[in-house]
Design a protein around this ligand. Structure first.
Ligand SMILES: [Zn+2]
Length: 241
C-alpha cells in the first residue's frame, strides 16, 4: 500500500509540474507577419479529400486515338493515376473512381451515378474528372476545362486549372475554361471535367501517349487545384482578419 502510494505521489508530482510549466510558460508574442496557414506548412492540400475520376472504362472505351488506336479510357487512367500521386504528395486524400479498366455498369447513367455516389460517401470536397477530347477537324488542339454553369466555385476551380495548364503545357491554342453540361458535374461540390487534349489532333495524340506529357498534364492540374485552394484560404483569412 505504501509503495503504491509512493508511486502515485510521483505521478501526481509529475502531473502538477506539467500543469505548472504550462501555466508559467510565456505566451509567444504575436508575430508581426501573419504565420503561414497550417495547410501551407503541411502541404497546401493537407486534409482535403479529392475525388479523381478516370473517365470511361470497361466496355466504354471513350474516344479512340485514330493513329495509335489507343482508347481514351487508357490515357484517362494514366493521367488520373499520375494526378493522384501528385495530389497525395501535396497532402490530399485521393479517392479514385477506378484504378483499373472497369465500369460500375454498362448503363452509362448508372455508371456515372455510382461515381457520384462514391464522391458523396467519401465526403469529397472537390471532384476532377479526366477525359481526352476529339473533334472532326484535326486542327483543334489544347486542354479545355469544363464546369457547370451557375456553379461559382466550380468556375473558379476550372479557371485555376485551365490557367495552370496553359502556363505549364504551353499549348498552341490557349483555351479558356467553359461551361459544359456533363452529368458528372452535377454534385454541389466544386467539380470540373478536364479534357486533357485532342486525340483527333495527330501532334497532340502523340504527346498524350507519352508518359512524360501525361506527368506534365497531371502536374499542371495539381498546380491549378492548389492555386484554387490557396485562394480560398487567403479569402477565408481575409474575412476572419
Ligand atoms: Zn471522355
Amino acid at each position: 500500500m505504501r509503495n503504491w502510494w509512493k508511486g502515485r505521489k510521483y505521478i501526481l508530482a509529475a502531473v502538477c509540474l506539467c500543469l505548472l510549466a504550462g501555466a508559467v510558460a510565456p505566451r509567444p508574442a504575436k508575430p508581426a507577419v501573419p504565420a503561414k496557414p497550417v495547410q501551407q506548412a503541411q502541404g497546401v492540400l493537407q486534409g482535403i479529400t479529392i475525388l479523381v475520376d478516370a473517365g470511361h472504362g470497361g466496355t466504354d472505351g471513350g474516344a479512340i486515338a485514330p493513329h495509335s488506336g489507343t482508347p481514351e479510357k487508357e490515357l484517362n487512367l494514366k493521367v488520373a493515376q499520375a494526378l493522384r500521386d501528385e495530389l497525395e504528395k501535396s497532402g490530399a486524400r485521393v479517392i479514385m473512381t477506378r484504378d483499373a479498366d472497369m465500369e460500375y455498369s454498362r448503363n452509362k447513367r448508372a455508371d456515372l451515378t455510382a461515381r457520384l455516389d462514391l464522391a458523396r460517401q467519401e465526403n469529397a470536397a472537390l471532384l476532377v474528372s479526366i477525359h481526352m477530347n476529339e473533334y472532326r477537324s484535326q486542327k483543334e488542339s489544347g486542354p479545355q476545362v469544363f464546369y457547370r454553369a451557375g456553379q461559382a466555385q466550380s468556375r473558379l476551380l476550372a479557371g485555376a486549372i485551365q490557367e495552370a495548364m496553359v502556363l505549364e503545357l504551353k499549348p498552341a491554342k490557349a483555351r479558356s475554361a467553359m461551361a459544359g453540361d456533363y452529368f458528372i458535374l452535377s454534385l454541389d461540390i466544386p467539380s470540373v471535367l478536364v479534357e486533357c487534349g485532342f486525340l483527333s489532333n495527330p501532334a497532340e495524340e502523340k504527346l498524350l501517349l507519352t508518359e512524360d506529357y501525361q506527368q506534365r498534364v497531371a502536374q499542371a492540374i495539381r498546380d491549378g487545384i492548389a492555386d484554387y485552394v490557396s485562394l480560398q484560404i487567403v479569402e477565408t483569412n481575409t474575412v476572419i482578419d
